[in-house]
Write a protein that binds this ligand. Structure first.
Ligand code: GAL
Length: 658
């Protein structure tokens, strides 16, 4: 079943309204509601005294209307009594000041008091609600994110973490390269956080970034242990934030039954293909190689002080179907009714401030009815990609703290490759660096800056065995400790790419280098930001720089390496056409054929399984689109049979049974 529902805050509204709301939700075809994730102050009004009556009553009302519930553990915002009694639960800022209580997500993840109080409220909630008939699962905390506390407890925790990881100071000194500038450590107590992030030691910074992520994973694990022990029949998930950068989601997802995420696309741009939201969805699916839930989704204009544009007629459903096409098995809108008080007064829900069910409610209702009609067909299906994109937090963090060239942007770079393959109609899985690559014909490894030898060998073997590998500038510069490899680039991947990069440079601001295509016949394009001076060593030159000082070097190459192929792009092209041309060449060599090649503005993706193959077509634009398709396929939403072309209205969606 595909659950549809909303995030609902009964504590925001008079009890007399609950009945009406539950009825309206049910009438809209909703089946599930998330509650309680910011309600600690209601549930533990003073230390150790628990009072769950508000939620008992609210859950009972929801239950009477056939609505299931997901409970959030409330640990993203401690009650004010807690910070007065235990001031050390608040994060400490670099100035030494404790963060003022009053927003949220400002607590210290290593504070003993906070960890204990969090475990206690989680235990009390789990014991209290384990037998509540409509509770089906849990969300841990809310959007684990940036952890910027610098208190003594965090520093001690980091030291312990480093000690557990490196074992001896000699190993740590070697890993961090502390011989540089005489940063040698002779006792563990001497180690503290890297300060002044921009200029600190890269190895130290990378470990610190890993630690900030790990303490959140540990904090979550403490809750999951309690929830699993006390409520074994309930699922446990967390609401992740897509392409958010500060938490290693491969690790955070490990302990969850499935991943959920919060999808807020397009508030600040005109309607267009929201590739970031597509890539995020594929990452969320990749984390556990399993479908995901949408726990929060745009329901109207969004913003805390200023708000973005409204969802246009038809767009609410399009946003929801888009995620279903990428593997969402539940759709939950944020939020039910727009708050009349508090910081999120302008983050609009399905209902406005007046609480009347109007257009956005009706569109959500239409979507719920439509997905009901096709949920049996969708059930048990997931995306069957032959293209994998490597998503590596170590590389992302290493590049973030030491960019190489000023415009380097890990995510933007990944999106360029991702959208090039998607635009050709190919599904893409997102995989972890070093993951098993069996079944993939193509691996895209954008800016795989941190390249441990084992991963390099695995990628080389993948190509030798017949795979197609695509990589680009700054690949393989660092080892797992963020030390530069003592090799000519691209290091152990040089044989696969058939190239040597002895020199490289940033291209200074506003300058560009003309590039002339060779095998990419007839095209000329523009290199910006960065240039690898590529010496072909077996590889075919696809494009060559034109300025006199780099005329001897390639900007892009292709190499036949035993049974497979490897492409290398050594610069940042100004024109999207370069990624598009390489992607087409790769797909061709890999023998991939898309079922549907979508026109601009339309996205195609597949879900298959249980003997069914479903091709989703999503028109992200405001203009109707005509899509060339195979005739004789059933379109599930309308029940019609396709001709040679399929018409999609603005924000139109079609699901073809293949
Ligand atoms: C999310 C968060 C919600 C709400 C929403 C709108 O990031 O999980 O609690 O704050 O944004 O701001």
């Amino acid at each position: 079943m595909h659950n549809v529902g909303v995030d609902f805050y009964p504590e925001h509204w008079p009890r007399e309204r609950w009945e009406t709301y539950a009825k309206q939700m049910r009438e809209a075809g909703f089946s599930i509601v998330r509650v309680a994730e910011f309600a600690w102050a209601f549930m533990e009004p003073e230390e150790g005294r628990f009072d769950f009556s508000l939620f008992d009553d609210a859950l009972a009302v929801l239950h009477r209307h056939g609505l299931k519930a997901i409970l959030g553990t409330p640990t993203a915002i401690p009650p004010v009594w807690m910070k007065l009694k235990y001031p050390e639960i608040m994060q400490q800022e670099p100035s030494g000041r404790r963060t003022q209580w009053g927003v949220r997500k400002h607590q210290c993840f290593t504070s003993g008091a906070y960890r204990l109080l969090s475990e206690r409220v989680t235990t009390a909630m789990a014991e209290h609600f384990r037998a509540t008939p409509n509770v089906v699962g849990w969300q841990t905390d809310n959007e684990f994110g940036t952890n910027s506390c610098v208190c003594g407890s965090c520093q001690a925790d980091f030291r312990q973490w480093a000690r557990a990881k490196h074992g001896t100071l000699d190993v740590l000194n070697d890993a961090w390269g502390t011989r540089f500038w005489g940063h040698l450590y002779r006792s563990w107590e001497e180690i503290s956080f890297p300060d002044g992030h921009a200029s600190h030691n890269p190895g130290h910074l990378l470990d610190w970034q890993r630690w900030t992520s790990d303490v959140q994973v540990r904090f979550q694990a403490d809750q999951i242990r309690i929830l699993k022990r006390t409520c074994p029949s309930h699922f446990v998930t967390h609401n992740l934030m897509g392409l958010f950068q500060d938490v290693n989601y491969w690790e955070l997802a490990k302990d969850l039954d499935f991943v959920s995420w919060d999808n807020y696309p397009g508030s600040w741009e005109q309607p267009c293909v929201t590739w970031h939201s597509s890539l995020a969805a594929d990452l969320m699916r990749g984390l556990k190689r399993k479908n995901f839930w949408i726990m929060e989704q745009t329901a109207g204009p969004a913003g805390w002080g200023e708000f973005g544009r409204n969802v246009r007629p038809g767009e609410l459903g399009k946003i929801a179907w888009h995620q279903v096409a990428h593997g969402a098995d539940a759709t939950i809108w944020f939020r039910w009714r727009t708050c009349t008080v508090g910081r999120e007064q302008y983050w609009h829900g399905l209902l406005g401030h007046d609480g009347e069910p109007r257009r956005r409610y009706r569109e959500a209702k239409d979507y719920a009815a439509a997905i009901k009609r096709v949920e049996t067909a969708i059930e048990g299906t997931t995306t069957p990609a032959r293209v994998a994109l490597v998503w590596d937090y170590d590389s992302l963090w290493a590049v973030r703290c030491q960019k190489s060239f000023p415009q380097a942007d890990y995510t933007a770079n990944a999106l360029r490759w991702y959208s090039a393959f998607r635009a050709l109609g190919h599904d893409v899985d997102v995989v972890r660096s070093g993951a098993d690559l069996t079944g993939y014909a193509v691996v895209i490894a954008p800016m795989l800056h941190v390249l441990p030898d084992a991963v390099a060998r695995q990628l080389d073997a993948f190509v030798r065995a017949g795979g197609c590998l695509v990589a680009d500038a700054r690949t393989g510069v660092k080892d797992e400790h963020d030390r530069c490899h003592e090799r000519c680039l691209p290091g152990l991947l040089a044989p696969a790419f058939g190239i040597r990069i002895e020199e490289y440079e940033s291209i200074v601001a506003n300058a560009t280098y003309a590039v002339a295509g060779e095998a990419m016949a007839g095209t000329t394009w523009t290199a910006q930001h960065y240039a690898d001076w590529i010496i072909p060593d077996g590889a075919e030159v696809l494009a060559r720089y034109q300025p006199w000082h780099v005329r001897d070097y390639a900007a892009a190459t292709r190499h036949h390496h035993e049974a497979g192929w490897a492409w290398y792009l050594g610069t940042v092209p100004k024109e999207d056409s370069v990624h598009a041309a390489i992607a087409a060449d790769v797909a061709n060599k890999a023998g991939l054929t898309a079922r549907v090649v979508p026109p601009a503005g339309v996205e195609v993706s597949t879900r298959s399984g249980q003997g069914r193959e479903l091709v989703f077509l999503i028109n992200h634009g405001e203009e109707p689109a005509e899509v060339a398709v195979t005739a004789g396929k059933t379109e599930l939403l309308s029940g019609t049979t396709t001709g040679q072309t399929l018409h999609l209205d603005r924000f139109g969606v079609a699901i073809l049974r293949w």
